[in-house]
Design a protein around this ligand. Structure first.
Ligand SMILES: Cc1ncc(COP(=O)(O)O)c(C=O)c1O
Ligand SMILES: [Zn+2]
Length: 380
């Protein structure tokens, strides 16, 4: 039994109802209990769909898939510490968003929707467009005008309609709401099915560490599709007794756009209602996390707190120097991913207890998507 449940008023909807938010305006989550038949799982193909019983879609639903998942984990040295990197830039569309798009677009096809709208800083738009192409679903993607050109080309290449919106990422989010009144909104931040795709990163990390949980996971965070997904996945395996502890979740934000860092470190209690203060927001090279008003902000703060984690903010200079350092080791990642690495460096330098911890972080997006911005950094 799968139900959509409002985070705010607890109203329940049939999961097949094409609603992307509650009638009260609240965010919807899923009431669903995953199963993990480990003996079956380990005999299946190494893709995220090997955890089929943990993905909230009925058996007879179509699965739109490029055999995504099971991205390699690799140990690299950062600040003289070994850190596991989950290489999510190696997906079909070049970012971890494929996990969410595969589940969300399968759900959308399964309930018979033929046309969707979506807004994105670029990568989620690329993923929704690619899975839309594979599943025969027409996509209308809204992005900020200054999104990396390769992402724009990628979205259009898949046959999606592209709408470039003047102004900030928030202006793009506002613009799509108008279209969402008449067309299904395949939103990676509103729609809970997306998070039930991104959660598979946690299952894979656990399996790749020999069915163990890391001590901490360090993730760049904007709308929290990766962070909340990871928390959900770790929590589900914890509830089922597969792991004994949930890792500390460390959220990394750019200093120029750090609403979650600021709220977490303010006097405001997470229980209170709060609004975001846009006055301090500036442009950042980490375009994927340039989110001034994360829709699931409250949930992100709660997840980080419940895991025993915290937030770190990194400057533009720190992002750029981490990017250069990683490129020089032979990895080609986006500046947004480099923000995560800058956060890892700070975490290691700040935290005395990190020496014996198993640390995991993620290369979230491929450098080929942001060649122009990377070029500007290396020319500096
Ligand atoms: C490359 C990259 N890394 C990280 C993120 C983090 O975003 P979120 O917090 O929504 O998962 C994004 C989002 O677009 C991204 O494109
Ligand atoms: Zn509600």
């Amino acid at each position: 039994m799968i139900k959509l449940v409002c985070f705010k008023c607890k109203k329940r909807y049939e999961f097949t109802e094409p609603v992307w938010r509650c009638s009260c305006g609240g965010i919807l989550d899923l009431d669903f209990t995953p199963e993990f038949p480990i003996e079956k799982i380990t005999t299946r193909k190494p893709t995220m769909w090997r955890y089929r019983e943990a993905i909230p879609l009925p058996e007879d639903f179509p699965v739109i898939s490029f055999d995504e998942g099971f991205t390699p984990m690799l140990e690299i040295e950062i600040e003289n510490r070994k850190v596991w990197i989950k290489q999510e830039h190696l997906f079909q569309t070049g970012s971890y968003k494929d996990r969410g798009a595969s589940v969300l677009m399968s759900y959308i096809k399964g309930i018979g929707i033929k046309q969707v709208v979506e807004d994105s800083s670029g990568n989620a738009g690329c993923a929704i467009a690619a899975y839309g192409a594979a599943g025969g679903i027409e996509c209308n993607i809204y992005v900020p005008w200054d999104t990396s050109p390769a992402k724009l080309i990628q979205i259009e290449s898949y046959g999606a309609h592209l709408n470039k919106i003047p102004g900030t990422r928030q202006d793009t989010a506002n613009a799509v709401l108008h279209s969402a009144e008449t067309t299904y909104y395949a939103s990676h931040s509103w729609n809970p099915f997306f998070f039930h795709g991104t959660k598979t990163i946690a299952y894979e990390i656990i399996e790749q560490l020999g069915w163990n949980s890391p001590d901490a996971i360090i993730l760049p965070v904007g709308n929290g599709t990766l962070l909340l997904g990871a928390y959900l996945g770790f929590n589900e395996m914890f509830q089922k007794g597969i792991i004994k502890t949930i890792p500390k979740i460390i959220g990394i934000q750019a200093e120029n756009c750090a609403p979650l860092y600021d709220l977490f470190n303010s006097e405001i209690s997470i229980q209170d209602s709060f609004s975001f203060d846009n006055s301090k927001i500036k442009k950042t090279i980490a375009e994927g996390i340039a989110i001034a008003e994360p829709i699931r902000g409250k949930q992100i703060l709660e997840a980080v707190k419940a895991s025993g984690g915290f937030f770190i903010k990194v400057s533009e200079k720190e992002i750029e120097s981490s990017l250069k350092e990683i490129l020089r080791k032979g990895y080609f990642i986006e500046p947004t991913s480099a923000a995560g690495i800058a956060g890892v460096k700070k975490y290691i330098l700040q935290e005395n207890n990190s020496k014996h911890e198993t640390l995991v972080t993620v290369f979230t997006g491929h450098g080929l998507k942001a060649g122009v911005k990377i070029g500007e950094v290396i020319d500096n």
